[in-house]
Design a protein around this ligand. Structure first.
Ligand SMILES: Nc1ncnc2c1ncn2[C@@H]1O[C@H](COP(=O)(O)OP(=O)(O)OP(=O)(O)O)[C@@H](O)[C@H]1O
Length: 473
């Protein structure tokens, strides 16, 4: 049995708890709003009832019903405390929004990083490639006006991740990209390509260095720089509840395309990327490849002066890929600067006027695809398949190593051999002459001789790539 005294004490305890919770929940805007409505309504009825006649006033006193003649009183059941809390929260969140939008904290953090902490030493620093060094020199020595007139100039841009264990994701990158150029940034997974793009588009803070987009510094006038870029990120940032057509219209408007041209501009883009059939469907129903097409369309629409495309053709079928290449080439030829990352060497050869291979945040080589092939991939590639058994294959291998001294066997699989013929002095005629004779002698089913491919040049840099923890200082 609970005595009356105990019941009274437990009631007092509950009242204390409810008052404490009421104070704690004042930090929740939805609680304040709900309580304000509820108290206002309750107070209105109590006030009406308790002040209507002497007997009802007496009843209210006996039942200890409290009410406020001033609805906005801070005492219960007034709504003053809830309205005050809502006002304070509104102002606080407004200030927070301002701080986030104006990126004040990011800028303070960047400032601290730049002036108080030196960049960690790069873990692997062999002598810099001549072309990369020349590009750095050109960028650093060029007058400011030149930086301001180029679509994209990157000056010693670096990114460090981590506070204690530093990871130098991008290491003092310097690069200038001109109008009408399509620049390919190649690299192994984790080389720092996406981080570079994220810094240039304002998604990521810069640890040191600067870049100018159409003359606007990404450190000092990021908003203006952002107005001049089109960006197709690695993962599709699409509004799932809009249709493809609506999405492109939205971005065309944001880019400032005059209202009269928006329809034709959007229709051209839809046709160019083979998206017409899906134009009125919701984006969430799109396949991966179609989402990628739409992301590429968003980057290209309105013709911004600088376009970043992070692996744009991933997941696209061969037809769509070629249509995208056409669209990128048209954009480049109209004088825009396109910067693209891709793991498809075919794509890089088809699109890029210049490219660089990035390893552990550093550029390892730079130049046109042909320049890189001539510089890093001298010699020929030989693929041959013998139709007979193991003995013939062995004899053919001995023959190749004898007639092409220094040649390297890259792969061997089910009678098929892949050699890198390193002798640069041999002419095409000599190589074909030797192999035509070998074809009869060793009964070759087929053979193929070609110039070193971009992929082989790329693979040649694989030994430089270090796992992330090696990069920690
Ligand atoms: N937010 C982050 N915090 C810490 N480290 C990060 C962060 N983002 C990227 N990194 C690291 O920075 C390095 C470069 O990453 P990044 O995504 O730029 O590579 P990538 O060249 O784009 O690779 P992929 O070809 O796989 O897209 C990697 O080692 C990665 O682990």
């Amino acid at each position: 049995m609970i005595s009356g005294r105990e019941r009274f004490q437990s009631t007092l305890g509950l009242v204390d708890l409810s008052q404490t919770l009421d104070l704690v929940f004042l930090v929740l805007p939805n609680y304040c709003l709900g309580r304000a409505f509820s108290n206002f309504y309750q107070n209105y009825h109590f006030l009406q009832f308790c002040t209507s006649s002497i007997p009802t006033e007496f009843i209210c006193k006996v039942l200890n019903i409290s009410y406020q003649t001033n609805y906005y009183s801070f005492s219960q059941p007034g709504v003053g405390r809830y309205l005050t809390s809502l006002t304070v929260q509104g102002l606080t969140f407004l200030c927070l929004l301002f701080i986030i939008e104006s990126r004040i904290l990011c800028q303070l953090w960047q400032f601290r990083r730049r002036y108080w902490s030196a960049l960690p030493e790069s873990p692997v620093s062999p002598p810099e490639d001549r072309d990369v060094a020349d590009e750095r020199k050109k960028v650093l020595e060029s007058p400011v006006e030149q930086s301001l007139s180029s679509p994209l100039v990157i000056k010693e841009l670096s990114k460090v991740y981590g506070r204690r264990d530093f990871l130098l994701a991008v290491d003092r990158m310097s690069l200038a990209i001109s109008r009408g150029e399509c620049f390919g940034l190649l690299g192994f997974n984790g080389a720092g390509k996406t981080t570079t793009f994220r810094m240039l588009t304002g998604d990521e803070t810069v640890s040191s260095g600067d870049a100018y987009i159409d003359g606007h510094s990404i450190l000092h006038s990021m908003k203006k720089a952002q107005q001049r870029i089109g960006y197709c990120p690695q993962f599709d940032p699409l509004l799932e509840h809009m249709t493809g057509r609506e999405t492109l219209c939205l971005y065309a408007r944001l880019r400032g395309v005059p209202e009269t041209y928006i329809t034709s501009c959007v229709e051209n883009m839809l046709r160019g990327l083979l998206l017409e059939a899906y134009a009125n469907k919701l984006v969430r129903t799109y396949s991966g490849g179609n989402k990628r097409k739409l992301s590429a369309g968003i980057a290209l629409i309105g013709g911004p002066p600088v376009i970043f495309m992070d692996e744009p053709s991933t997941g696209m079928d061969p037809v769509a890929r070629r249509l995208l290449w056409d669209a990128v080439t048209r954009t480049r030829e109209s004088g825009k600067a396109v910067i693209i990352t891709s793991h498809s060497m075919e794509e890089c050869e088809a699109l890029c006027t210049r490219l660089a291979i990035m390893v552990n945040g550093q550029l390892k080589c730079l130049g046109s695809p042909q320049h890189l092939k001539s510089k890093f991939g001298s010699g020929y590639t030989l693929l041959a398949k013998t139709s007979r058994g193991e003995d013939d294959l062995k004899a053919f291998k001995e023959f190749v190593e004898a007639v092409f001294p220094g040649s390297l066997l890259k792969h061997e699989h089910q009678g098929m051999v892949h050699y890198h013929i390193t002798n640069q002095k041999l002419s095409w005629a000599q190589v074909f002459g030797i192999l035509e004779k070998a074809k009869e002698k060793f009964d070759l089913e087929d053979y193929c001789v070609s110039q070193i491919t971009l992929e082989q040049v790329f693979l040649g840099f694989s030994h430089f790539q270090q796992p992330p923890d090696v990069g920690l200082v």
